[in-house]
Design a protein around this ligand. Structure first.
Ligand code: ZN
Ligand code: ZN
Length: 265
């Protein structure tokens, strides 16, 4: 049985800028790239993290967000009629700073809130679960990747109870830079619970095309995306661009990817 669903490939809903300190290019560079790519709309989704202790900052400060909104508003006016521009946030969950995150989110008029879970707490420090930093990966391997992934999915389920959001970003990106790591049955059960909560709350699932560069298919994988479609969870697409050339990356592969998801079974 096929499941009807729609996904708008003319919107890139996940764009970073140099304001987050690990992406290249000013906001306007991404706008120009989106016009070149023939997109109708982009949503900037810059990194917000609260109370994360890491040697390197990879998110925006309050002052950065002020500049982010100033620039965003200016570009919305300048490109009106040519490109719709949303000013959103990729909110990093921190189970130890829930209220702080809620308050920070409430301070700004976001067009879209994407929920992610990036950092794992251990012994007073935080380690990225989605990055390629070898030191962080080793520390998480010492903890046990199955357990880290379990905590990651449990964290996202818990986050949905506390953080109002529009979508879950790169849902299965946990330990994505450890090719040997695979989700087990317990993880898949937790993902089912997570998807059920998303459906109840009307939270969309992001199909994050950065995954094509890492492992040949988006985040989440076809198995999880198919399950979401069966649950009638809305899908939105995002490139997770950290360079203007990455705006709308791999979107052209998606129609075939969606098709094969249903023809295989
Ligand atoms: Zn980033
Ligand atoms: Zn992210």
């Amino acid at each position: 049985m096929s499941h009807p669903f729609s996904v708008d490939l003319a919107i890139d809903g996940h764009i970073h800028t140099r304001l987050c300190r690990h992406a290249e290019g000013a906001m306007e560079d991404y706008v120009k790239a989106a016009l070149d790519a023939g997109l109708r709309k982009i949503i900037f989704l810059e990194h917000l993290e609260v109370d994360i202790h890491s040697r390197r900052q990879s998110w925006l400060d309050p002052d950065d967000f002020a500049e982010y909104f100033r620039q965003g508003r200016r570009l919305q006016k300048k490109y009106r009629g040519r490109l719709k521009i949303g000013i959103g946030v990729e909110a990093g969950y921190n189970p130890q700073a829930i209220e702080d995150l809620q308050h920070t989110l409430a301070r700004y008029p976001w067009d879209t809130i994407g929920l992610s879970y990036h950092f794992y707490p251990m012994a007073g420090m935080h380690y990225t679960m989605v990055g390629r930093n070898r030191e962080h990966i080793s520390a998480l391997q010492a903890r046990g990747l199955d357990r880290v992934a379990e905590d990651y999915f449990r964290g996202l389920i818990q986050a949905l109870d506390h953080i109002t959001c529009d979508k879950i970003c790169h849902l299965d990106a946990v330990m994505r830079h450890v090719p040997a790591f695979q989700l087990n049955g317990h993880h898949l059960d937790l993902i089912d619970t997570l998807l059920e909560r998303m459906r109840t709350k009307g939270v969309a699932l992001e199909v994050n095309t950065a995954g094509f560069a890492i492992r040949g298919q988006p985040h989440p994988c076809s198995q999880i995306t198919k399950r979401a479609i069966q649950l009638a969870i809305p899908l939105v697409v995002g490139s997770d661009a950290h360079h203007p050339a990455q705006v709308g990356r791999f979107f052209e592969r998606l129609p075939h990817w969606f098709q094969s998801m249903f023809s295989r079974s």
